[in-house]
Design a protein around this ligand. Structure first.
Ligand code: ATP
Ligand code: MG
Length: 689
């Protein structure tokens, strides 16, 4: 059997791919850690490893592959298929289609929790709350308990949720979390404890899980030895990409799946750890080797295949100043004379102009829009650029920003599907019932209370007389729910819900036509999923990003530019990369100016951004920028200094320029100007004659 794909790898990559291949069928090989810098081929190596295991007889249905996003998982699946195809020919597709357990920790958690629902006391029809739903529920309870009234300046719903999430994900005590991360909320510890208790209870009676629960329930399930063994036995191989951004719950899940580390491979880069605000901890990757006996094999990679020498030198310069780091500097053979550009512009309007013009110039020279990306620290930094791109008709898609699913009409339609699936989901029910004329929050609350404890809540709902003034609208609402619930086949159920919703949409929104187009698009997306439940789960966990508010939704095969937060750009690469607002106050963000650990994380964030570039990198520094309420003073213009992560000592790695460039005057022009003579005084006098 010729394995040409192995020849393309370097020695270290090849060792990682071949590690324990003899035991591919059983997954009996020891644990493996691949720890290496950006662009050194970690993800590529992981894909080769999965393919190589399959080629050597591993059963793809028994491979669990966890990545940072669902997109990353599906790209990995395609790569595995291509590599396998070189050996297995046409059979490769069948083999890799069976790679069914590839996804995110949360997505996989949701699937497993449905399978084990009964054993762990869950109703398998549970629905999943996204962050906004969770905040809404938190808010509802905050009001019910009266904290928002009696306690002046009680933390907002968003802060409450952030505190709760920190506690859950770091498995730390509430008091500790408050002291360390939310000192200004410490006075409310007792109230917060009560609030969180009620929040957990509410989720249980309503049969909903939030994001954190997906990991929490999974981790709890793993603490029961028989269930842990059962779940662990489903998989011979467990592989995780971007391991530096996992939290303690995630590592405890992994250890539960493969207690001895057999068949376990993790891959990551400590210099790219950027999720500690979600309780991710760098200790997971650093402590991995010694978690096992015998300890895990460690493979490091030091050659970068992505970027040019000049880009890598600048990125290495930035990360060299970090306080601590495990991975070593990388080298590359991609020679280039073009240094990354550090471009000073006057303000964000000029920043947008610079980016647009350079992008168009690049396109003139044959670099498609898809090969270029614009990255920024925070989702609201791209506003002026979005306006300029729209004005110039440059199509773009934004990741990590306002999601398709955040628009009211899409949320309404999804609430209908969710409520039909789980009529105890109070946030969904609340939202939906208030669409019906004559039903306000109080009536909705009463109806939801009345059906909450009924074993057949939907049947109970049908028994309830129509609220006054709702008449026909109520009857069609209940009929729609029953029809969707019966399951007339997916995706026609979504059509049923849409037909019911459209008259309401026309009544509520002026721009009904554009919104209807979004709903059709949603239906289109829905047809790609196997069932209602799969659709709702995956859509909530990893939503698509396009909305019709953007400059014409680009079709998938069109050429378009990517706009992304740095966080969402993890693991990706483009030929040309622009990083906006490389100034103090943005990177590091004002919020990050607290502890030195936070500053260090912001430095790694800049490193992640810079290392996305293959051929050209532009760091833009506006001399002033508009703060979007992140300052205590609210929205205002502030004067900005170049980011502290590029001190004067690093300027040698950059080409520093100002834009727009003012052409210096030629000597001839200067001389010509000196020749000019006019007698102004004579002319002035002449004006009065
Ligand atoms: P990141 O840390 O950003 O996630 P990574 O370490 O996962 O990066 P990859 O994305 O796997 O790196 O690879 C970076 C680029 O290098 C890709 O374009 C990949 O195809 C290429 N590459 C990796 N290994 C090799 C190799 N042995 N030969 C040629 N190209 C390679
Ligand atoms: Mg990667």
């Amino acid at each position: 059997m010729s394995l040409a794909y192995l020849d393309k790898l370097n020695d270290a990559q090849r060792r990682a791919v071949e590690h324990g291949a003899a035991d591919a069928k059983t997954g009996d090989s020891g644990p493996l850690l691949v720890i290496a810098g950006a662009g050194s081929g970690k993800t590529n190596t992981l894909a080769h490893r999965v393919a190589h295991l399959i080629v050597n007889g591993a059963d793809p249905r028994r491979i669990l592959l966890m990545t940072f996003s669902r997109r990353a998982a599906s790209e990995m699946g395609k790569r595995v298929e291509r590599i396998c195809g070189q050996v297995l020919g046409a059979n490769a597709g069948v083999m890799t289609d069976a790679l069914a357990w590839a996804g995110t920790f949360h997505g996989i958690g949701a699937r497993l929790m449905r399978i084990y629902a009964e054993q762990i006391g869950l109703d398998p029809d549970f629905t999943i709350h996204d962050r906004e739903d969770s905040a809404d529920l938190m808010n509802l309870i905050r009001h019910e308990l009266g904290f928002s009234k009696t306690e002046s300046r009680f933390p907002t719903k968003g802060t409450c949720l952030a505190i709760y999430s920190r506690v859950v994900n770091s498995e730390a005590a509430l008091g500790e979390v408050l002291k360390t991360y939310f000192p200004w909320c410490a006075a409310w510890e007792a109230q917060l404890r009560e609030l969180f208790g009620c929040y957990v209870e509410a989720k249980q009676t309503q049969n909903v899980l939030d994001y954190d629960d997906l990991l929490l329930y999974w981790a709890q399930t793993m603490s029961e030895p028989l269930l842990a063994a059962d779940i662990g036995a489903r998989f011979d191989h467990v592989l995780v990409d971007e391991y530096q951004d996992t939290n303690r719950l995630q590592s405890s899940i992994l250890m539960g799946l493969k207690p001895g580390g057999r068949g376990l491979t993790v891959v990551g880069d400590d210099a790219q750890s950027i999720y500690s605000f979600r309780a991710a901890t760098i200790r997971n990757i650093l402590d991995f080797p010694k978690s096992f006996e015998p300890p895990a094999d460690i493979i490091t990679l030091d050659r970068n295949y992505r970027s040019t020498t000049t880009i890598l030198a600048a990125a290495n310069g930035v990360i060299d100043l970090a306080r601590e780091r495990f991975t070593k500097n990388l080298w590359t053979e991609r020679q280039s004379a073009e240094r990354p550009r550090l471009v000073s512009v006057r303000d964000e309007t000029e920043q947008a102009n610079y980016v647009c013009e350079t992008i168009l110039e690049n396109r003139e020279t044959g670099m498609t829009l898809k090969n270029q990306a614009v990255l920024f620290r925070s989702s609201n930094h791209s506003g002026p650029l979005e306006v300029e791109l729209t004005r110039r008709n440059i199509p773009f898609v934004k990741f990590g920003g306002l999601k398709f699913l955040d628009s009211a009409h899409v949320k309404d339609l999804l609430a209908a599907l969710r409520f039909a699936q789980n009529p105890r989901d109070r946030v969904a029910g609340f939202r939906l019932m208030q669409l019906i004329p004559g039903v306000g929050p109080q009536t909705a609350g009463k109806i939801l209370d009345a059906i909450a404890t009924d074993p057949e809540p939907l049947a109970a709902l049908q028994e309830i007389p129509a609220p006054p003034r709702s008449g026909e609208d109520w009857t069609t609402f209940v009929a729609m729910l029953a029809s969707v619930r019966r399951g007339e086949g997916w995706p026609s159920e979504i059509g049923t819900a849409r037909n019911w919703y459209e008259p309401h949409l026309e009544r509520i929104h002026e721009d009904a036509d554009t919104r209807k187009a979004d709903l059709l698009q949603l239906e289109q997306i829905a047809s790609g999923y196997a069932s209602r439940e799969r659709f709702l789960t995956e859509l909530t966990l990893d939503p698509p990003s396009a909305t019709s508010d953007q400059a014409g939704v680009p079709l998938l095969d069109d050429d378009y530019l990517i706009l992304s937060t740095i966080h969402s750009a993890k693991g990706q690469e483009w030929r040309s990369v622009f990083v906006l607002n490389c100034v103090d106050g943005c990177i590091p963000s004002d919020l990050g100016v607290g502890t030195s650990a936070e500053i260090e994380e912001e430095r790694r964030l800049l490193y992640v951004a810079m290392t996305r570039a293959k051929d050209s990198l532009h760091l833009v520094t506006p001399q002033r920028f508009f703060t979007h309420g992140q300052h205590s003073q609210g929205d205002r213009h502030v004067y900005a200094a170049r980011t502290r992560f590029i001190p004067a000592t690093l300027l040698q790695f950059f080409e520093t320029t100002a834009w727009p460039v003012v052409e210096p005057m030629s000597e001839a022009e200067k001389a010509a100007r000196k020749q000019v003579r006019i007698d102004v005084t004579a002319r002035m006098r002449g004006m009065w004659r």
